[in-house]
Write a protein that binds this ligand. Structure first.
Ligand SMILES: N[C@@H](CCC(=O)N[C@@H](CS)C(=O)NCC(=O)O)C(=O)O
Length: 359
């Protein structure tokens, strides 16, 4: 079922956050794929957006956006599935992705670019990847790190959050091989974006992982080398074990206020926006906090797309399923995100996002 007559091509980098998410999905599904480096120009040529990853299919279609790539892969190659069919595990997996895409950027950027020595190591890494453009590319990403909320004042809180996350993940992976049990899933693929794409590939955070979180290093290895077609099971009874509850709690308690403040910024912008005009990538600033430390973040319209993905999945549950998810996630800090009502929605048109007309 997963045989193709030509390879998929994944344009991305080993150290790219969002490439690391989807690489795992190709491996999990046992697909024939090749990775192509320095793919920004090809991404821009095919989509108008110099952003990786992109995927080209055996039929030469182009996919962009890790989340959409997951959906396309799942639709074309449903076995083995990425997303569990059961409500608690499905919502948990989508929350892990929301955390990674929106909040994980903070530790990801802080450990790569947050101090002079990290900037030096990151820039040296870029030299091998981008040649003469390394310095320019590094300066651009250092600017993005500031935009997502990383600065000298916020770094201690971001690092404290990272330590808490690694402790919770270590405790979980001491007992379970993957986030949802004995089988890899969407949640593992998403988390690999932060934990492998950035933390394991960056010098200082790799040392942190090796010295303080060996079970997480073992999990990275399992995700990078799935055991062929041996597919074990997700936890029975749609369970979210206590160790996973704690992982979700660190993510939700620390991250949900920033996610909701971004929603507020987006919806304030949208209230006076012209739905027919091209939607800007950045729509304003969220004044938020992490562990009590102020965070200023430029808000991307795309953040509404990611939040909507979770709230739509919640809306699709039956009342009994919704109640069961509520019980399982009680105390994680995710409750206000699960209950959020979006006043304005976005949708994809081609590779672009646009505002849905107001109801
Ligand atoms: N929503 C996109 C984000 C992709 C993304 O931000 N990729 C980074 C590299 S990991 C990039 O190309 N950044 C360039 C930019 O932000 O302009 C996805 O999930 O694929």
């Amino acid at each position: 079922m997963n045989a193709t007559t030509a390879p998929y091509r994944l344009y991305g980098e080993e150290i790219s956050y969002f490439t690391a998410k989807v690489r795992c999905a190709f491996r999990l599904k046992g697909l024939w794929f090749e990775e192509v480096r320095r793919g920004y120009a090809e991404a821009a040529r095919r989509t108008g957006r110099p952003m990786i990853p992109i995927v080209t299919t055996p039929e030469d279609e182009t996919w962009q956006d890790s989340t959409d790539i997951f959906d396309q892969l799942e639709a074309r190659h449903p076995e083995p599935p990425l997303l569990p069919p059961t409500p608690r595990q499905r919502i948990a997996a989508l929350l892990v992705e929301l955390y990674v895409d929106e909040i994980g950027l903070l530790p990801g950027a802080a450990w790569r670019w947050g101090t002079p020595s990290r900037r030096e190591a990151g820039t040296a890494y870029f030299t091998g990847l981008f040649g003469p453009r390394a310095q320019q590319s590094a300066s651009a990403v250092i600017g993005l790190a500031k935009e997502v909320g990383v600065d000298e004042d916020s770094r201690p809180a971001i690092e404290a959050h990272t330590h808490a996350l690694l402790a919770a993940l270590s405790a979980h992976f001491e007992v379970h091989p993957y986030l949802l049990g004995d089988r890899m899933s969407y949640a593992d693929c998403a988390l690999m974006g932060l934990v492998y794409g950035h933390l394991f590939n960056d010098l200082e955070s790799r040392t942190l992982l090796l010295e303080t979180a060996p079970p997480v290093v073992g999990w990275i290895d399992r995700c990078n080398t799935p055991a062929g077609f041996r597919v074990d099971a997700w936890l029975g009874d749609d369970a979210l074990p206590p160790t996973l509850h704690e992982v979700l709690r660190v993510m939700g308690a620390d991250g949900s206020s920033l996610i909701l403040d971004q929603k507020q910024t987006f919806e304030t912008w949208a209230a006076s926006a012209d739905a027919k005009a091209e939607m800007p990538r950045k729509v304003g600033t969220a004044h938020s906090e992490l562990r009590g430390t102020p965070i200023e973040r430029l808000v991307e319209s795309y953040s509404q797309y990611m939040l909507q993905r979770v709230t739509d999945a919640v809306a699709a549950l039956t009342p009994a399923e919704r109640a069961s998810v509520g019980v399982a996630l009680d105390g994680t800090g995710w409750e206000p995100v699960l209950d959020a009502t979006l006043t304005r929605r976005v949708r994809k048109r081609g590779f672009d996002l646009e505002l849905e007309p107001s109801a």
